[in-house]
Design a protein around this ligand. Structure first.
Ligand code: AMP
Length: 437
């Protein structure tokens, strides 16, 4: 049976939807205080200066719309892994000036995120308060401290911490009239500020921010609304880290391109000689399973047919091309060969939906980056011809950036872990807390 629920937007129009949530663009923030979870986990150098402000820039459209409406902002984020303790090196006080410059307005700072009620209450329309690193409190992540999973008493400690987490989330919620989650990078975590806090707002006063909306739409475009042929390009180093992704995609894609270091586990499992190439013996049965499942489901799997191998794992090592099932001892497969790239190009160019995760070679070495660069070009070209392309999850993002093609694909995801979990088919707690899915 299929259920459709009806919701109304602020103009009283019926919206046919399977969710019942506020829409960020329609929400009028005038006179409201909004608490916004952002991902300001920016890299800092030794002097505490930001070395890459992409994440701050990513949140600006959401923050600026709230201010432009005449709302005030309580902004909250984590930085690094302080493990529930105050660590001055991970203090968000270090980024106050950068956030102020980016927003074009003064930013006040609350040095204790759990004791910011007065500062929040004093905010006037157009004013901004940044809270100190949420992870200075163990309640943010909600994991029991100082006790191992195997220890007796762990379950009780976990229960107690969950109660403390709920209290912490309630305190954060008390600072504002509405809640916006714009931190896709932590959407796969059920933390106080990313999910639990949503329990303290009614459906009309909690929503995804603009960055989150874009990420969720991009994922839906490939996982729920894909145009066919749909091709997934999965590369990277290890089968183990991509197995769940591949398994979930087998029900959705027409073509699966498997490249990079993980390919060698497949070749060895098929009885090939892979020299010194990266591989995981214990995953060989799984690799064969994937191929058998793909065949059953009518998915065309295109592995690499030949590899550019190196004598040793270095940029300047001698290079030689081998058939992927016949690599001599003393050689290690490190990049995709022209023969593999030609096969992959044909598939990519015919695709209407493309999902790319993971480089097809050791792209950090200039001399072994060619294959990954070519894939980036094919994906960009297919996009120009009308395909929808999503690049996401860790190193593939670095790869499209490296080759200057990020603006020539349909969407580059900002959330590595969250993106991967979404492609694995897992529900993201940060999204579910608001959309109720
Ligand atoms: P992942 O994080 O699993 O997406 O893996 C990305 C890493 O895979 C990058 O650091 C690449 O250098 C590495 N990689 C890709 N192909 C190979 C290969 N043939 N041999 C070793 N490492 C590889």
């Amino acid at each position: 049976m299929f259920f459709v629920t009806f919701a109304q937007n602020k103009y009283g129009n019926n919206l046919t939807t399977t969710q019942n949530m506020a829409n960020f663009n329609d929400y009028n923030f005038a006179g409201k205080k909004a608490i916004v979870r952002v991902d300001f986990n920016v890299p800092l150098n030794e002097e505490g200066k930001i070395t890459d402000d992409t994440r701050i820039r990513g949140a600006l459209p959401t923050l600026k719309k709230i201010l432009a409406d005449g709302g005030s902002l309580v902004v909250m984020s984590h930085m690094g892994k302080p493990k529930g303790k105050v660590n001055p090196k991970l203090s968000l006080s270090q980024i106050v000036d950068a956030v102020a410059t980016a927003l074009g307005t003064e930013v006040k700072f609350a040095p204790d995120c759990a004791k910011a009620a007065d500062a929040a209450a004093a905010l006037k329309p157009g004013e901004v308060l940044l809270l100190e690193n949420l992870r200075f409190y163990p309640e943010e992540e909600g994991k029991p401290v100082g006790i191992d999973k195997e220890d007796p008493g762990y379950d009780a400690a976990k229960k107690e911490m969950k109660a403390r987490q709920a209290e912490f989330a309630k305190t954060l919620a008390s600072y504002a009239d509405c809640y916006v989650n714009d931190a896709f990078g932590t959407a796969h975590r059920r933390h106080a500020s990313t999910a639990v806090i949503a329990d303290y707002f009614d459906d009309n006063n909690k929503m995804l921010g603009l960055l989150m909306e874009k990420e969720v739409t991009a994922i839906d475009n490939v996982l729920k609304n894909a145009q066919h042929p749909f091709t997934a390009i999965i590369g990277g180093s290890k089968v183990s880290s991509k197995l769940a992704v591949i398994k979930n995609l087998l029900d959705k894609v027409d073509n699966l391109i498997i490249g990079g270091g993980m390919g060698f586990t497949f070749f060895k499992a098929q009885g090939g000689k892979i020299g010194n190439s990266l591989h995981e013996d214990d995953l060989m049965p799984e690799a064969l399973n994937v191929l058998a499942e793909a065949e059953k489901k009518g998915v065309h799997v295109q592995l690499s047919v030949a590899t550019v191998a190196g004598r040793e794992f270095s940029n300047d090592t001698e290079q030689r091309i081998f058939d992927t099932h016949n690599i001599e001892d003393g050689w290690e497969g490190m990049d995709a060969s022209p023969a593999s790239l030609a096969l992959w190009k044909e598939i990519i160019m015919k695709s209407k939906t493309i999902l790319w995760n993971g480089p097809v070679g050791v792209f950090e070495f200039e001399n072994f980056a060619k294959g990954t660069g070519e894939i980036a070009k094919y994906v960009a070209e297919a996009t120009k011809n009308g395909a929808y392309s999503l690049v996401g999850g860790g190193d593939s993002v670095a790869a499209v950036n490296k080759f200057g093609l990020a603006d020539q694909v349909s969407y580059v995801s900002t959330g590595g872990g969250a993106m991967l979990e979404a492609i694995e088919g897992k529900t993201l707690p940060g999204v579910a807390a608001i959309k109720g899915e």
